[in-house]
Design a protein around this ligand. Structure first.
Ligand code: ADE
Length: 230
């Protein structure tokens, strides 16, 4: 799975991608993450990527042109220089299948189900991270039906970068081979999220906190039963 991130703050992703499961997934080639900074695609003297909103209002809006240029670069990079012909369906010659996600608190909800389907349906996901008060609406109009606004929750973040990182983490977990045997797929666990590990008893301020007996007895039928209810 190839992730392409359009952001004016690519450094924000460094520490998370350079550790633990994400690092291993990148090193093993299961996923790759590519960055496109709209500032590198500006055609003005000061590399300006924002402007005041038409109709008035607070804050600045990210302009269309640098984002669309960055997005086109992501499409071409993703196609690995094969003969390219961008079709409105999102297909590009070379058999790659693109999806563009515009991070927005007003978008459709991101869920594990969304992640599973996206990993099945696409080879490349392009994230467009907004900053300031938002992105000029013509970005979505130009990209067309393969673009979708997606939200990670009902709260407003300073920008789309954290949201993209959350999605990259969740999507990567669904890519074959990203989780090793020792990294269980939490999503597949039998309902319970109440987990225990050693020691079997832990004393805190005169109270002993014990692991439920059933989990220590090795009867998997009873354990499954218990997990359905906890
Ligand atoms: N950008 C700002 N807030 C966001 C959110 N909750 N989800 C996705 N993108 C965002």
């Amino acid at each position: 799975m190839k992730f392409h991130v359009i952001t004016i703050f690519p450094n924000l992703f460094d520490s998370y991608l350079n550790d633990s499961i994400m690092k291993r997934a990148i090193e093993s080639g299961k996923i790759s993450v590519h960055f496109y900074n709209p500032r590198d695609f500006t055609q003005n003297k000061h590399n300006k990527v924002d402007d005041i909103p038409y109709g008035g209002g607070p804050g600045m809006i990210m302009t269309v042109d640098p984002i669309i240029r960055a997005w086109s670069a992501a499409r071409y990079q993703g196609a690995q220089n094969k003969i390219m012909r961008i079709l409105t369906t999102g297909r590009i010659d070379g058999g790659r299948k693109f999806k563009t996600i515009i991070l927005s608190p007003g978008g459709v909800d991101f869920t594990t189900d969304y992640a599973k389907h996206a990993v099945q349906d696409y080879t490349d996901i392009i994230f467009i991270c907004g900053r300031y008060e938002g992105i000029d609406a013509r970005v979505a109009q130009i990209i067309g039906e393969q673009a979708e606004s997606v939200s990670i929750g009902n709260y407003v973040l300073t920008g789309g970068e954290l949201a993209a990182m959350v999605m990259i983490d969740s999507l990567s977990r669904q890519v074959d081979g990203v989780l090793g045997n020792s990294d269980s797929l939490e999503e597949e666990r039998i309902s319970s999220h109440e987990m225990y590990t050693r020691p079997a008893e832990y004393k805190h301020k005169n109270t002993i906190y014990s692991v439920p007996q059933v989990l220590m007895e090795g009867n998997h039928k009873l354990i499954d039963e218990w997990r359905k209810n906890h």
